[in-house]
Design a protein around this ligand. Structure first.
Ligand code: N15
Length: 340
């Protein structure tokens, strides 16, 4: 315990300069099949608290590399019956390499705990920034949505599809389950040193249930109509969630939120009861409509309300590639749209 580092600033400065002062990166060490243990790390301040454990700022002693060390308790994993799920997630996550997806560098365990070595996102949680600003500018929103889209394309190309609340449960008990594994909402996003968006997998609920809409039961807000209605769903769900996310970035609250509870939200989603405020740019409005409304039409050809839209040019139903060259992204995103 003597080695424990308490100064946040000390670690923060390390996180800025490790690149220049150390030749070996954590990844290079990892390639040498290093077996990690807790003694490889100096622990700093807690970054988050969750259902199964805590996340700490930490420094790898040999390289000075700053990470977020997540500590999960085996007993709680067993009680929650999530060990298999964790194994699977770790397997998938450790193979993903994308600047907009939070890296999992490795893991280790001892008698009582499992430790995940996660990328440290220096600028912290996106939902806090959104909460503090109220809403993002079109430039900020477009830049984030562009990065998000790149990350989703990467995930799809690796056959990773986002999974959501288990709907059979939802129908049976009229309540969303806590079984959100990987989904798209501000609470699941972190920001890197340069403000770049990072999809972090918060399925293991890191957030204390004090944050705005994160209750122990999760939220319906980001689920597409086909899912709240318990129909079959496919890749289209990511595009829907992207539209919801874009709306929330520009407006400050998700489009189908209803204070009177999840039943009302459910109805608004099923009806695609969408109202876009006047301050949203023409291009932004167009993209939201194309992503949300058309995604719904594609998913629900029997919905009479939208049969007219169904007859529209299929070109209008935006794919992720087309989101990247939509005028709103081209006009407002800070970085030119490019494939990664
Ligand atoms: C199942 C497994 C393979 C999924 C791996 N992903 C997770 O377990 C999801 N997870 C990510 N859980 C915790 C985190 C997490 C990573 C939480 C916070 C941070 C993190 N990296 N960096 C942070 C972080 N940086 C901050 C800066 C300022 C204030 C708070 C911060 N939190």
């Amino acid at each position: 315990k003597e080695n424990a580092v308490n100064s946040e600033e000390y670690l923060y400065v390390w996180s800025l300069f490790y690149k220049y002062t150390h030749t070996l990166t954590l990844t290079q060490l990892y390639r040498q099949k290093h077996e990690w243990s807790l003694s490889d790390f100096e622990l700093g301040k807690p970054l988050g608290k969750g259902k199964f454990g805590h996340v700490y700022l930490a420094r790898e002693k040999r390289t000075g590399f700053i990470v977020a060390l997540k500590v999960l308790y085996k007993q709680e994993l067993e009680e929650g019956k999530v060990e298999k799920q964790l194994r699977r997630e770790v397997e998938i996550q450790s193979h993903l390499r994308h600047p907009n997806i939070l890296r999992l560098y490795g893991y280790f365990y001892d008698e009582k705990r499992v430790y995940l070595i996660l990328e440290y996102a220096a600028k912290g949680e996106l939902y806090k920034q959104l909460r503090d600003c109220g809403k993002f500018t079109e430039e900020q929103a477009a830049t984030y949505i562009q990065q998000m889209t790149h990350a989703l394309l990467y995930l799809h190309s690796n056959h990773v599809i986002h999974r959501y609340n288990c709907l059979c449960f939802l129908v049976k008990y009229n309540q969303p389950t806590t079984n959100v594994i990987r989904d798209i909402k501000p609470e699941n996003l972190l920001l890197g040193l340069k403000g770049e968006l990072k999809i972090a997998d918060f399925g293991w609920s890191v957030h204390a249930p004090t944050s705005r809409r994160t209750t122990l039961c999760g939220t319906l807000d980001y689920l597409p109509p086909e899912m709240v209605e318990g129909r079959e769903y496919g890749e289209g769900v990511d595009r829907w969630s992207l539209g919801v996310l874009m709306y929330e970035f520009l407006v400050g609250s998700p489009p189908f939120e209803d204070q009177s509870g999840y039943r009302a939200t459910y109805k608004r989603i099923a009806r695609v009861d969408l109202h876009i405020p006047d301050h949203v740019s023409v291009e932004g409005r167009d993209l939201i409509q194309k992503v949300l409304v058309c995604a719904c039409v594609v998913s629900n050809p029997l919905n009479n309300q939208y049969t007219k839209l169904l007859q529209h040019d299929p070109e209008n139903r935006l794919s992720l590639d087309k989101v990247l060259c939509h005028p709103w992204i081209l006009k407002y995103a800070k970085r030119p749209s490019r494939s990664l």
